[in-house]
Design a protein around this ligand. Structure first.
Ligand code: DAH
Length: 339
């Protein structure tokens, strides 16, 4: 019996030492100490042991059991320790790794260009104002000397909401609101969204932005307009930018002109950018038509003024050398983050 016990104990301890993981430890435990385990079986044989040997043998069995259990306990603790160490190693955070770059929003190139235009005109003493996008026919057309049957009305294909209400086709409507307030002199720019029923392509969109400008005061002449726009062009596109005034027609100004600037890319020689012209058209302007002044309650014998209107997208496209207007509306992050 003694021999047998020693053998079981030695075998069990070896198995425990060899065990890999909790599962195999459990198997050892069941095989030795379980109900049908080897040691349990041996204990059952105690009844055959003589009464005088029983206490001694009993003590030996108990010692063996205690030893095996101790060893099991140690082995479990070792496995748990290993597991903990493995997890600690695996889950370490390397604080020296570079941080992931935070994604920053970018200002839209239209906004950057608009802020630049605003900065320039504010510097010349202008006020920045706004007007409604949903507008009465009166403000968008009639008060600007564009009567119902005027061909200009067809040129600016209009989204009508009903007979009298529409989406403004031009920021020139803000001129009228401003004049109606009766506070003179006026020095304002009015940036905003305008709408025309155009198909989308590289140079057109049913919704785009204009910046309107207007000055009304005593003794305002066409030279004031020329000087103002020449100064604006220099600040916006570079000191050596030249302006050219071409006679044109707008119903709300007389005389009227379209303004070209010398191509800042080729300096007037002609390039892909200015389509070989050397000049780029940027705005329409003129002296406010006396009839327009009168309709808004301003006496044309006392006051004169000039007005101009420029397309913001056009300026943005030139300034940042973008060749497709649609890029300005897609809001693709890969495009916007370049600004
Ligand atoms: N409103 C005109 C347009 O949309 C642009 C314009 C031309 C505005 C002449 C003006 C101006 O103020 O004087 O085509």
């Amino acid at each position: 019996m003694n021999e047998k016990l020693k053998e079981i104990q030695a075998k069990a301890l070896k198995k425990i030492d060899d065990a890999r993981g909790m599962d195999s430890l459990n198997e050892v435990r069941v095989a030795v100490l379980g109900k049908k385990g080897e040691l349990t079986a041996l204990l059952k044989g105690m009844k055959d042991v003589s009464a005088e040997d029983r206490p001694k043998i009993g003590q030996m069995v108990n010692d063996a059991r205690a030893q095996i259990e101790n060893r099991l306990q140690e082995a479990r603790a070792a496995i748990e320790r290993e597991e903990m160490e493995r997890r600690l190693a695996e889950e370490t955070i390397d604080v020296t790794l570079p941080a992931r770059r935070e994604k920053r929003g970018h200002r839209h190139p239209n906004s950057i260009a608009l802020e630049e235009v605003e900065r320039i005109f504010i510097g010349m003493g202008y006020e920045v104002v706004e007007g409604p996008e949903v507008e009465y026919d009166y403000y968008n057309f009639e008060a600007l000397n564009i009567p119902a049957n005027h061909p200009a009305k067809d040129e600016q294909d209009t989204f009508f909401i009903n007979k009298d209400i529409l989406l403004r086709t031009q920021t020139s409507s803000v001129q009228v609101h401003q004049m109606e307030q009766g506070r003179l002199p006026i020095r304002m720019i009015a940036p905003g969204r305008v709408f025309r029923s155009d198909e989308v392509d590289a140079t057109h969109s049913p919704s785009f932005h204009q910046i309107e400008g207007m000055v009304i005061d005593k003794d305002i002449t066409f030279s004031d307009l020329k000087g103002t726009l020449a100064q604006f062009a220099k600040e916006m596109f570079g000191e050596d930018t030249k302006v050219k005034f071409r006679p044109h027609h707008f119903p709300f100004t007389e005389p009227s002109a379209e303004v070209d600037i010398s191509c800042f890319k080729c300096k007037g020689k002609g390039c892909r950018f200015c389509k070989g012209e050397g000049w780029i058209e940027i705005l329409g302007c003129g002296q406010v038509h006396p009839r327009v002044l009168k309709m808004s309650g301003i006496d044309p014998d006392e006051y004169t003024g000039f007005a101009f209107g420029l397309g913001l997208e056009r300026i943005t496209l030139f300034k940042y050398e973008i060749d497709d207007m649609r890029l300005l509306y897609d809001n693709d992050d890969r495009f916007l983050r370049q600004f």
